[in-house]
Design a protein around this ligand. Structure first.
Ligand code: C5P
Length: 224
């Protein structure tokens, strides 16, 4: 007997303000998170999408929580995590934030020195319930599998989706060069795939991990 999953999906970039009218961010469009949400809904799962700024219309049926900053995304995910069976952390969280945001618009002229600090590691710091599945993404220019595996361990992930950067940014592009690493160190190279296809492969993997475990427990497996 299986039930639909309660999936928490983060998507899009975050924006870290410099002053009331400027921010630092990245080129993420939220496409990967939207593809994942759409595919999950198509399979009958329940989806909460925690999205940074994105022009995309979220798939119908998703519960959407909009955030701007990494710290807001962290708060929203902390709040939602206890109700989730799985988190897919597809957001391109800004790695840095200004140490201080000016309350006034910064005047042009002269030299502006910015002090930045790392944003909190959201996925690595979320409280977890036993059995919850957590998927992260890793965008790498070099040392792809090794670095993705390090992230999987450091962030206590069940699966990491690696994407190779071959010069061009995968943000907003229709196809990506991707591979999956699982918690046993298994690597599955997918080559260049469309984002909807990557979403299907990842949800297959997640369902396999979730329902596989449930079935084994229901059958009373003594080694589980
Ligand atoms: O270390 P890196 O940023 O490549 O890790 C990527 C994974 O960690 C992604 O799943 C991303 O959403 C997540 N992340 C996070 N908090 C940050 C930066 C990245 O949860 N501050």
């Amino acid at each position: 007997m299986t039930r639909s999953l309660r999936l928490l999906i983060s998507a899009g970039p975050t924006r870290e303000p410099l002053d009331p009218v400027r921010f630092i961010s990245n080129y993420s469009t939220g496409t990967m998170g939207a593809c994942l949400a759409r595919e999950a809904l198509r399979r009958g799962h329940r989806v909460t999408l925690v999205s940074g700024p994105s022009e995309l219309v979220p798939p119908r049926g998703a519960r959407v929580i909009r955030v701007e900053r990494a710290r807001q995304m962290q708060r929203a995910l902390r709040r939602e995590m206890p109700r989730a069976d799985a988190l897919i952390m597809a957001a391109a969280v800004s790695d840095f934030e200004p140490v201080r945001a000016s309350t006034q618009k910064l005047p042009r002229g002269g030299t502006l020195r910015l002090a930045l600090r790392a944003t909190p590691d959201i996925v690595g710091s979320l409280p977890r319930r036993r059995g919850q599945l957590v998927v992260g993404f890793a965008l790498e220019s070099a040392g792809g599998v090794r670095r993705a595996t390090q992230k999987l361990k450091a962030k206590r992930l069940d699966v990491v989706v690696g994407q190779r950067m071959n010069g061009a940014s995968p943000f907003g592009s229709a196809r990506v060069n991707a591979f999956l690493v699982d918690a046993n160190g298994g690597v599955r190279r997918l080559g260049t795939v469309s984002k909807p296809r990557l979403a299907r492969v990842l949800l297959d993997e997640l369902e396999q991990l979730w329902y596989g475990g449930v079935r084994l427990k229901e059958e009373g497996c003594s080694t589980c």
